[in-house]
Design a protein around this ligand. Structure first.
Ligand SMILES: Cc1cc2nc3c(=O)[nH]c(=O)nc-3n(C[C@H](O)[C@H](O)[C@H](O)COP(=O)(O)OP(=O)(O)OC[C@H]3O[C@@H](n4cnc5c(N)ncnc54)[C@H](O)[C@@H]3O)c2cc1C
Length: 373
C-alpha cells in the first residue's frame, strides 16, 4: 500500500436533502446509505467518519434534530422562493469548501441528480448518479448503477471526493433493518432522539440567492404530455445521416403524416435534434412498431437492439454497404432527406385529396398511394 493511500481517510460524509416532503422523506434511506459508506470507510480509517445532514430550505429542522447525525448544516435563503438547482450552487459549493466531506450523497430525483453533477464539477470530484450499491477498497470506490436502460448493471471505479446520487430503493432494506432496531423510521420524528450520538451540532447558514450565481431568472413551462415513441405503431427513426435539426423536423412531419412517432439514434439525440426520451436503442426505448422507417441510420448493434422486434424494418441510406441493409426487410440506397421530401409531398397530396381540397386524380398528378404500402 502506498504512503498516499495509507494517509487517505474518509472523515466526513454529507447527506443533502431539500426541506420538502418528497426529498426529506428519503432522508432515512440516504442515511442508511451513509451508514453503509461509513462502515466501509471505517476499515481504512483511524477514526469512524462523521455523518452530516445538509438541509436546504426552511422546513424540517425539528425533525432533522432527531436523526442519527453528528452535524446538521441548515442552509436557508434570504429570499426563499422556488428556485432551480443552479441557484443553490454558490451556497452548496461554499458549504462544501467549508466542511470538506470526502463523500456527498443526494437523492436520485431530478434536483438531486442535477445538484450532484454540478457540485462534482465545481469541487473537482467524481460523480455518479442513480447509484444502486457501492464497495470500497482503500481510496477507490466501486459503484454500481443500471446501464442500457437498466438491462445491465455497470460497475465504475471512482476516486474521491465522491458525489453520488442514490437510486430509490438502493438502501431500503438497510433502512428498514436500522428502523427495526430503532423502532422508528429514520426520517420520522420521535419524542426522544433515536440515536446514541446525542443532539447534533447545528450550523446555520443564511445565503443570498443572487450571490455569485450567473443564473438570473427562472421560467417554468408546463410541457404537454404526449405519447412517446415507445408505444408507436409506426416509427420514423432519424439518424446522423439526417444531417441537421431542420431536416429532423421534416422527419417529424413525415412521422405525423404516417400517423406515427419520431425517434432517433444516439448521435441525433446528442446533437439535440431530438430529446433524450426519443432515443431508440439499448440505452433508450426498445420499440416494437408494425413499421419502422430508419432514415440515415447505420445499423449499429446498440441501435438494432431497440428495433429488432419491429414488424417491418425499412431503411434509407446513401451507402450501399451500410450495415442496416443486412437487417432490414426493405432497403433504399438514396439520400434520406430527398426520400423524406418526396414521401411528405405524396402523403400531403393524399391527405388533401381525402379532404377534397386538391386537384382530382387522373389530371397529371403524381402516382397515388404511399410508397411504403
Ligand atoms: C454503451 C453504448 C450504448 C449505446 N446505445 C445506443 C442506443 O441506445 N441507441 C443508438 O442509436 N446508439 C447507441 N449507441 C451508439 C451506437 O454505437 C452508434 O454509434 C449509433 O447508433 C450510430 O448512430 P447513427 O446510425 O445515427 O450514426 P452513424 O453510425 O454515423 O450512421 C449514419 C449513417 O447515415 C448514412 N448517411 C449519411 N448521410 C446520409 C444521407 N444524406 N442519406 C442517407 N443516409 C445517410 C451514413 O451512410 C451512415 O450509415 C451506443 C453506444 C455505446 C458505446
Amino acid at each position: 500500500m502506498s504512503a498516499e493511500i495509507e494517509n487517505f481517510e474518509v472523515t466526513r460524509i454529507a447527506v443533502v436533502v431539500f426541506a420538502s416532503e418528497r426529498s426529506f422523506g428519503r432522508t432515512g434511506e440516504l442515511l442508511a446509505g451513509a451508514a453503509h459508506f461509513a462502515a466501509l470507510a471505517a476499515s481504512w480509517a483511524t477514526v469512524p467518519p462523521q455523518t452530516e445532514l445538509w438541509l436546504l430550505g426552511e422546513e424540517y429542522l425539528d425533525e432533522a434534530l432527531l436523526l442519527p447525525v453528528d452535524v446538521i448544516c441548515h442552509v436557508t435563503l434570504q429570499e426563499p422562493r422556488l428556485c432551480s438547482a443552479e441557484e443553490w450552487m454558490p451556497a452548496l459549493t461554499r458549504l462544501y469548501q467549508r466542511r470538506r466531506p470526502q463523500a456527498v450523497l443526494f437523492c436520485s430525483d431530478l434536483a438531486g441528480n442535477e445538484l450532484a453533477v454540478r457540485l462534482a464539477v465545481r469541487v473537482g470530484g467524481s460523480c455518479m448518479t442513480e447509484v444502486s450499491s457501492f464497495s470500497m477498497n482503500a481510496d477507490v470506490l466501486t459503484v454500481a448503477r443500471g446501464a442500457y436502460g437498466s438491462n445491465l448493471t455497470a460497475h465504475f471505479d471512482m476516486e474521491g471526493p465522491w458525489v453520488l446520487s442514490i437510486a430509490k430503493g438502493a438502501f431500503e432494506s438497510l433502512h428498514k433493518s436500522l428502523h427495526e432496531s430503532n423502532h422508528e423510521p429514520l426520517h420520522e420524528p420521535t419524542r426522544e432522539p433515536t440515536q446514541d450520538k446525542g443532539t447534533p451540532e447545528i450550523i446555520t447558514l443564511v445565503e443570498s440567492l443572487s450571490d455569485g450565481s450567473w443564473h438570473k431568472g427562472l421560467e417554468l413551462r408546463r410541457e404537454e404530455a404526449e405519447e412517446g415513441i415507445e408505444s408507436a405503431e409506426v416509427a420514423v427513426i432519424g439518424g446522423r445521416g439526417v444531417g441537421n435539426r431542420e431536416n429532423m423536423e421534416r422527419m417529424r412531419r413525415l412521422a405525423g403524416l404516417m400517423n406515427g412517432r419520431l425517434g432517433g439514434t444516439r448521435p441525433a439525440v446528442l446533437d439535440a435534434w431530438l430529446k433524450h426520451k426519443d432515443l431508440v436503442g439499448a440505452s433508450g426505448n426498445l420499440i416494437r412498431p408494425r413499421l419502422c422507417l430508419a432514415m440515415g441510420v447505420s445499423g449499429s448493434g446498440p441501435f438494432m437492439a431497440g428495433v429488432e422486434k419491429s414488424g417491418v424494418l425499412a431503411a434509407v441510406n446513401n451507402d450501399p454497404d451500410a450495415l442496416i441493409f443486412k437487417y432490414c426487410d426493405v432497403g433504399v440506397v438514396e439520400d434520406c432527406n430527398a426520400i423524406a421530401s418526396e414521401l411528405e409531398r405524396i402523403l400531403m397530396k393524399e391527405r388533401q385529396m381525402g379532404s377534397g381540397d386538391a386537384s382530382p386524380a387522373g389530371s397529371g398528378a403524381e402516382p397515388q398511394g404511399s410508397c411504403l404500402d
